[in-house]
Design a protein around this ligand. Structure first.
Ligand code: PMP
Length: 361
């Protein structure tokens, strides 16, 4: 069967070249006589794979010295708790910016460990925009400021990095990491579940400034303590070795394909093509997000009538375009177009949308 264009929000499409390489290396990695899945995480072969993956990620993102890169488990959801447990550092409260479903989840967890000051919320706009810098009511005594640069469900992306002065900035980059260059030095901590723009589910990446770790709330379990993971090279326990290896192949693929600057150009172009078509459809298709906050990675859209949703999805599937159904909490459609979605996938989607409108407009 031919491969489909998979618009899933995650687990998401991976680069075909990476899957092919994984297939070629599946039974015998580089003459080792075994699969990466079967290797000891402390053996020299896996250690080499792990170190190369970290070095490539550091190079791609320009991660400065003084930051630890951790390869963890538990998804971004575990980070909703690990962030307050590790970064409150005896302070009373943390600032959170609320831009939608994932911010709300992060806020809910943080409230278990301390006070949360919602520094701004986009609720009044039905989460169709990001709050401007001037609207942020930041507390200079906050332990950190948390925000969600890209809300995967709402398709709302920050067009700027909030300035927080001396207060460390924490970002849930699950659905935007590696989509463009960022200045890591502006952040105290970045986290991301891997299953969107990094690799398979089961791996979670944390990039954290070294001076922020080692001051957990009393009773923090070892597995939830960044310092313990950092001191053990993310091998305090058995890490998700195969996911780590695949992430490493994705980092190599990104480097071979021009790195994050080129990714940014391609991603911007891909997103623009889709938004331009939606905007030009005379209201048949609609995206609710203000232009300056539109996500390059997740494009939600509705059809003229809900009754058309099922026929749209059925026809899309028949055309090899899958996983377009919107999140269960919002309905409609959502096209997730991460790095590994080729531009031909956008062309195929727009072509299908045009045909569908002609038949149903
Ligand atoms: N944050 C964001 C922005 C997400 O998109 C997701 C997953 N869709 C999560 C957190 C939760 O991630 P996980 O399933 O890895 O816990």
């Amino acid at each position: 069967m031919a491969r489909v264009f998979n618009f899933s929000a995650g687990p998401a499409v991976l680069p075909e070249a990476v899957l092919q390489q994984a297939k070629d290396e599946l039974l015998d990695w580089h003459g080792s006589g075994c699969s990466v899945m079967e290797m000891s995480h402390r053996g020299k072969e896996f250690m080499a794979i792990a170190e190369k993956a970290e070095a490539d990620l550091r190079e791609l993102m320009g991660i400065p010295a003084g930051y630890k890169v951790l390869f963890l488990q538990g998804g971004a959801s575990a980070q909703f708790s690990m962030v307050p447990m590790n970064l409150l550092r005896g302070k009373k409260s943390a600032d959170y910016i609320n831009t939608g479903e994932w911010s709300k989840k992060a806020i809910g967890e943080a409230r278990k460990f301390g006070a949360v000051n919602v520094a701004a919320t986009a609720e009044a706009s039905k989460f169709s925009t990001e709050p401007a810098q001037g609207e942020l009511k930041l507390d200079p005594n906050a332990a950190y400021v948390h925000y969600t640069p890209n809300e995967t469900i709402g398709g709302v992306e920050f067009s700027y990095v909030p300035q927080t002065g001396a207060v460390p900035l924490v970002a849930d980059m699950s659905s935007t990491i590696l989509s463009r260059p960022i200045d890591v030095s502006k952040f105290g901590l970045i986290y991301a579940g891997a299953q969107k723009n990094i690799g398979p589910a089961g791996l979670t990446i944390v990039i954290v400034r070294e001076d922020l770790i080692g001051q957990t709330v009393p009773g923090t379990p070892a597995m939830l303590d960044y310092k313990i993971h950092a001191d053990n090279g993310s091998m305090y326990n058995t890490p998700p070795t195969y996911a780590w290896y695949i992430a490493g192949l994705v980092f190599e693929w990104l480097k071979k394909n021009g790195g994050l600057k080129v990714m940014a150009q391609v991603n911007e172009r891909k997103a623009k093509k889709l938004y331009d078509y939606i905007d030009a459809s005379g209201g048949f298709y609609k995206n609710p997000v203000e232009r300056h906050s539109r996500s390059w990675m997740n494009v939600p859209f509705t059809l003229k009538s809900e009754a058309l949703d099922e026929p749209f999805l059925k026809g899309a599937k028949a055309a090899g375009l899958v996983q377009l159904k919107g999140h269960r909490s919002v309905g409609g459609m959502r096209a997730s177009i991460y790095n590994a979605m080729p531009e031909t996938g956008i062309d195929a989607l727009v072509g299908y949308m045009q045909d569908f409108m002609k038949k149903n407009g």
